[in-house]
Design a protein around this ligand. Structure first.
Ligand SMILES: Nc1ccn([C@@H]2O[C@H](COP(=O)(O)OP(=O)(O)OP(=O)(O)O)[C@@H](O)[C@H]2O)c(=O)n1
Ligand SMILES: C[C@](O)(CO)[C@H](O)COP(=O)(O)O
Length: 250
């Protein structure tokens, strides 16, 4: 449990995606790495950090019972609940999860938004994010330096894809989750950006982008390569190897 004098911290754990790019038969969050589902491992990691008091998981609408059963061993004293996310966009799922989490813990002051797909995220990273919010930053994201050169190209749909720019790599960061927010900041950001959530094309790519859109200040703390997002079969193979390695379990 977190330090109550510093206010309650809750997490929205997004797991309602369809996992199209992974191409698994069932929901991606139930796919296993090292013999444990992404969902269970991600939720366990949040609780193992010792700084999260409650987790609301967003599940595909038809999978609430199965997802609830998957985390039943972690769910003592209302610490973990499962609600329906949205098939429309990740942003819409987070909005539903945020609403449910704040109903479960109305006194929450810090909110983390985390992807179940980043199941190997070390508890240390979770603690760094919460600490930075508690230190007074309204929006905090973990980021890693970019190793490839990134090019901006013309819109998809043109006959030949053409390069229009090469941003300075030294100023780019690959952004991960969990992303941490002062509760009022995240609520305001989702309220202001709500119209974008109806489809993934217009939706914000992450929650920090909603804060940026309302002119808020987002700070970056050091991310961790282990917080990789399981998106493709290659990511899954890597995550499985890492999860089986001794010492990686939190
Ligand atoms: N409508 C959605 C879409 C995504 N997510 C969650 O957001 C996280 C990041 O999404 P991603 O890993 O890209 O998962 P999918 O959307 O499932 O993948 P894809 O785009 O390949 O279908 C995941 O934990 C996913 O379950 C969600 O809760 N609701
Ligand atoms: C939120 C996120 O994990 C930050 O990197 C990412 O934007 C989610 O990506 P998605 O593929 O659009 O779900």
């Amino acid at each position: 449990m977190s330090d109550k004098t510093a206010g309650i911290a809750v997490a929205v754990l997004t797991a309602a995606g369809s996992g199209t790019r992974l191409g698994a038969r069932g929901p991606k969050a139930l796919v296993e790495v090292g013999g444990e589902s992404l969902l269970h491992r991600a939720a366990r990691g949040l609780l193992a950090s010792g700084v999260i008091d409650h987790i609301t998981i967003t599940a595909p609408g038809a999978e609430i019972d199965r997802f609830t059963a998957e985390v039943v061993d972690l769910a003592g004293e209302g610490a973990v609940v499962v609600v329906a996310g949205s098939p429309d966009s990740r942003q819409a799922s987070v909005a539903l999860g945020l609403d449910a989490a704040l109903k479960a813990r109305p006194e929450a002051e810090v909110v983390l938004v985390h992807d179940a797909a980043r199941a190997l995220t070390p508890p240390d990273l979770i603690r760094r994010i919460v600490a930075a919010v508690r230190a007074g930053h309204d929006a905090v994201v973990p980021g890693l330096p970019v190793v490839d050169t990134v090019k901006e190209v013309t819109d998809a749909g043109e006959r030949v894809e053409r390069v229009v720019g090469t941003p300075d790599r030294a100023r780019l960061r690959a952004i991960q989750t969990p992303q941490g927010f002062a509760r009022a900041t995240l609520e305001a950001a989702h309220q202001l950006g709500a119209l974008r959530a109806a489809d993934e094309t217009h939706a914000a790519r992450d929650d920090a982008a909603l804060v940026e859109a309302m002119g808020g200040r987002v700070v970056v703390v050091a991310g961790d390569p282990l917080a990789l997002k399981v998106t493709t079969p290659l990511d899954l193979a890597l995550a499985d190897v890492l999860a089986r390695r001794e010492g990686i379990r939190s």
